[in-house]
Design a protein around this ligand. Sequence first.
Ligand SMILES: Cc1ncc(COP(=O)(O)O)c(C=O)c1O
Length: 395
Amino acid sequence: MRFADRLQKVETSAIRELFKLLGKPGIISFAGGFPDSAMFDVEGLREASARALGEEAGSALQYGATEGYDPLREQLAAFMQAKGADVAPAGLIVTTGSQQALDLLGKTMISPGDKVIVEGPTFLATIQCFRLYGAELVSAPIDAHGVQTDRLEALIAEHRPKFVYLIPTFGNPSGALLNLERRRKVLELAVKYQTLIVEDDPYGDLYFGEAPPPSLLALSKEVPGSRELLAHCGSMSKVLSPGLRVGWMIAPPALQANAVMCKQFSDAHTSTFAQATAAQYLKAGRMPATLAHVRKVYGQRAQAMGQALQRELGEAVSFTQPQGGLFFWARLTGAGGSTRDAGEFARRAIEQLVAFVPGAPFYATAPDASTLRLSFATADVARIEEGIQRLRNAL
Ligand SMILES: Cc1ncc(COP(=O)(O)O)c(C=O)c1O
């Protein structure tokens, strides 16, 4: 086979190798990035899909518009408006998961050799996707308050990137939450340097206590000129169901039009049946209760994991308690002679029948081998406590 040159830019990740070991019987896994399937509102989705077939079978089972199914675009626009974003139904397109929105951004914006700034660390599939289109990725450092905007400005000035990709709210893998001051700064940088900002926001609704600051999209009305330089990706995956594959993108009109053109040649449109089901679900008003439920359960799990980490691993790890999302991001300190190599730690952990993901692959450049990501999403509190106890034996 003579494969395309672009495949040389990517490799299947080291994480995949680790996932092969997860089939071991008795293993407690904090490695995945999935929501808990026990949390899916099956009854609500059953009713929604029945209504989609009962009331609109002709369109729900037919080919549809590439931009998305209008009843869903209306519901999603209302969903976003309720969170302070000024969005009309025609101002968003439905995508097959937000992953497709990222792919469409790559396809429409990246020519080989273009610079793109991402956070260090960032979502692994984004790194791979943008590299497939030939991007040269530049990492902007983050801390618990998200991307460090002074460093980001210096990198924008130096590299003049095609765009900047951020996960400002409960990032994957970092769990970090960009604070309000930095959010404003990011939008000001967009205007100052006329640089497109991509806000990937699949976790913003998954907060445990106080609501996070407004999304960059919602905040853009306070920073003149920034809305025209902002693309926002949303998703039903983490709060409702990833199997639906319903995501969306809100972008400046010219970018949106090009993304629609590329989507035409890709999957023609996102499943109309999934879109009609999601629209019926939102229309039935079930989302607020679903959100309240997932926030509560994941919040309890996050708290249990934080306490267990402190109790069992003590000084050997440092971390910031996440205020939302699905992940803990931790650093091995080496205290008391414990290991500082998260890859080695992961191998030993598997022997103790507990799994997590080493952090290094989440860096586009300059990986930090002492970092790791633990998901608290899929194990209940008792399993979380048991799993973290096992981790102590792997130190
Ligand atoms: C930051 C981020 N963006 C996008 C996605 C893709 O989600 P989906 O395509 O299911 O909407 C994920 C999923 O893990 C993610 O963590």
